[in-house]
Design a binder for this molecule. Structure first.
Ligand SMILES: *Cc1c(COP(=O)(O)O)cnc(C)c1O
Length: 396
């Protein structure tokens, strides 16, 4: 039995906030179909519409601009699909036949969708990032042309935490008359997000990264924007996403957002202090390391660090034996031993990408958790390096 259990993989998913659990428990018996006109249906409908207002208010959107979806992945797939919309119902085919521009560090649900769009004949251009994982706004200005339909750049990266200057990017995209989407799944609820200030046309968020339930998310679709349904059928979500609404999930998502509105500012300050303490201690206690991601323009609780001569998978497994959960690369890419596309995009060689772990902190983490992690980590790295044929560090 490990001395302590520490969950430090909040960018993969989070536990339910106790208030979210209560809110979901409170509506477990609400089974009415929100589309039904009788009292059962009307009650379920009122919960869904109240949730829509809560979500909209948090990002400064009006309720009609919020659409519930089944996940962040579905939200991103839906928005990107406007570039190849096959349906007659797509009255605005302004985007059809036009280019997509996206970055090389997007989440797999954006990158895989972009590959699929290429197969459908869409021209896709990829923006590089610098050593900190930042995209260059001037490069975007050069890339966007009259042929561009949509530009999609994530607000905060899930693996390295780097936060982009979304307002400046949206600005240059709009100068050329194209539309702008941001995957804000890691940003909403961790850093301030205001769709009017950012001036985005589309934005994606998800419940389970912010102490809400899995399998529910939302997209912001600015009033008057083109749209293409991904799931066709009934008239739910104003005909934009068929399927009976996930009332329990939607109530849980709204409660998670309500709790973030109350707790985010203080909570994220606390996580930033923990991270800075981790960063300094790792730096002084362990030789031959490097931090990946932007030193300041970064999610408060995310720290990605690469250790020379130590495989990320080995570090993760040894830490797991000690009761500590961290991750290597993205949860979606683990299982494969390919180095992380995000870390490679920052220009680090493949060996370093292999040697990196992501520590992502959250609201249940305590100072004792951080101390325990710092007690265990140097020994784990030392042991792995002793066995490694690649590490010459101590013997140089
Ligand atoms: C987790 C994540 C997603 C996918 O969200 P799901 O709700 O798990 O489908 C998309 N983008 C980013 C940046 C993420 O971290």
């Amino acid at each position: 039995m490990p001395e302590r259990n520490v969950y430090a993989d909040h960018n993969a998913t989070t536990p339910l906030h106790p208030e979210v659990k209560k809110a979901i428990e409170g509506v477990l018996d609400v089974f009415g179909n929100p589309s039904s006109l009788h009292s059962y249906g009307r009650y379920a409908r009122s919960l869904v519409e109240e949730a829509r207002e809560t979500v909209g208010r948090f990002i400064n959107a009006s309720p009609e601009e919020i659409m519930f979806v089944g996940s962040g992945s579905e939200g991103n797939n839906t928005i990107l699909s406007i570039l190849a919309c096959p349906g007659r119902e797509c009255s605005f085919n302004v985007c059809q036949g036009r280019d997509l521009i996206t970055s090389t560090i997007e989440h797999p649900c954006v990158l895989e969708t972009s590959k699929c769009l290429i197969e459908k004949g869409v021209n896709v251009l990829y923006i590089d990032v610098d050593e900190y994982g930042k995209v260059d706004v001037d490069q975007i200005r050069d890339m966007v042309s009259a042929r561009t339909g949509l530009v999609s750049v994530m607000m905060a990266n899930n693996e390295i935490g780097t936060v982009q200057d979304i307002e400046a990017i949206a600005d240059v995209v709009h100068e050329k008359g194209a539309l702008f989407h941001t995957d804000a799944v890691q940003a909403v609820g961790k850093i301030p997000v205001n769709v009017k200030d950012l001036d985005v046309d589309f934005l994606t968020l998800s419940g389970h990264k912010i102490y809400g339930p899995k399998g529910v998310g939302a997209i912001y679709v600015k009033k008057g924007s083109p749209f293409c349904p991904l799931i066709r059928g009934g008239h739910q979500e104003r005909g934009r996403r068929a399927g009976t609404e996930n009332t329990l999930g939607i109530v849980g998502l709204a409660k998670a957002i309500e709790m973030r509105a109350l707790e985010m500012e203080q909570e994220e300050k606390r996580l930033l202090l923990f991270k800075e303490h981790l960063r300094k201690s790792i730096q002084t206690q362990i030789p031959d390391i490097r931090f990946v991601g932007h030193p300041t323009e970064c999610l408060p609780g995310t720290l990605n660090v690469s250790f020379d001569g130590a495989e990320g998978e080995a570090i993760m497994l040894y830490l797991d034996l000690a009761g500590i959960a961290v991750s290597t690369g993205s949860a979606c890419a683990s299982g494969s031993l390919d180095p992380s596309h995000v870390i490679l995009a920052t220009g680090l060689p493949a060996e370093c990408a292999h040697g990196s772990i992501r520590i992502s902190l959250g609201r249940e983490n305590t100072q004792e958790d951080i101390d325990y992690l710092l007690d265990v980590l140097p020994g784990v790295i030392g042991r792995i390096r002793d066995m490694s044929t690649f590490y010459a560090g101590g013997r140089k």
